[in-house]
Structure formats: structure tokens, C-alpha cells
Design a protein around this ligand. Sequence first.
Ligand SMILES: [Zn+2]
Length: 184
Amino acid sequence: MTMTIVPHESACLRCLFNREPPPGTLPTCDTAGVIAPIVNVMASIASAEALKFLVGAGTRNAGLINVDLWENTFDSFAVARRDDCVACGQGKYEYLEGARGGTMTASLCGRNAVQVNPGRGRALDLTRLAEQLRGVGEVSVNEYLLKFSIDNYELTIFPDARAIVKGTDDATVARSVYAKYVGV
Ligand SMILES: [Zn+2]
């Protein structure tokens, strides 16, 4: 599936799926597998959408495109914005802000990586953190992110304190690596 989301203009993902399905109810990339060519199909559609958006021409995907290469089905659905949408209607970004409190983690499907989000209201000075980490492991930093490699882990840390810990799919390990080097 691919959907083009233009903030405050088109429907957002949450207009379509208000809540994520409960854990364990749907197959994942790791349990069901992915037919490799679909990756190229979806990447091509998404790239074309990005080009159309950037040049302001062409007909953008106004809904959801669903492609099943195994069954040869190509469908597209219109998706309307919902005024009562928690995200784009009410402006509450619960998943981004960690509104449920505490550190949130999410395993990134098939990537051997976990996203660690310490929650709302945090901000990191990446330049200062880079100085602290330089003596410990390999660090590169710019204004958008800091990359830090240590042992078998690679951390990508963002200014809002969110990080992707690569090298594990275990949330507890990811949290402990994060706590060890970022220290929130
Ligand atoms: Zn929405």
C-alpha cells in the first residue's frame, strides 16, 4: 500500500486507520515475508508522487493505492479527511509525542532495529552530545541527526531525542543501549 499524505491538505494515515491493530493480529514482514519486487513497485510509485509534489504538476494519488503482485490486483481508494481525526483534525500527535507517557519503543519491521522515543518535551543538543560520545565510539553529526557506532550497535539520534538503535530487535536491549550513551 502507498498513500500520499500532504499535511493539512490530504487525509492522513490516522484518518484511515484510527488505531493500530492489536499486537499479534496481523502478519509482519518477518512472519509472512515480502515478495521482493513489490519493494520496487512501491518505491517507484512513491518517488513519482514526490516528483509531482515537488514540481507542482501531474495528478497526485489522492487516496490509497493497494497492489498485490501475487494475486495481480491493483486497486486505488479515495480517502477523505476526517474532521474528528485525532491527528490532522485535532492536532494531537500522540504517537510522535509519546503521549502515553514514558519511553516508547517500536521494533522496526525486518530491520534489526528499534526506535526509542523518550517522550514529549525532550530536546537534545546534538553538537554537545557528539562531543561526549567522540571519545567512546565513532560519531558523525549534522543539524538533523547524529550517528554513533559502538560495538555492534549503530544509533541514529534526532534533535527531539528520538533514536533508532540498529543491531537489535529487542526493545529492552535498545533501551539500555540508549540509556547508556544518551542517558535520558
Ligand atoms: Zn487525519
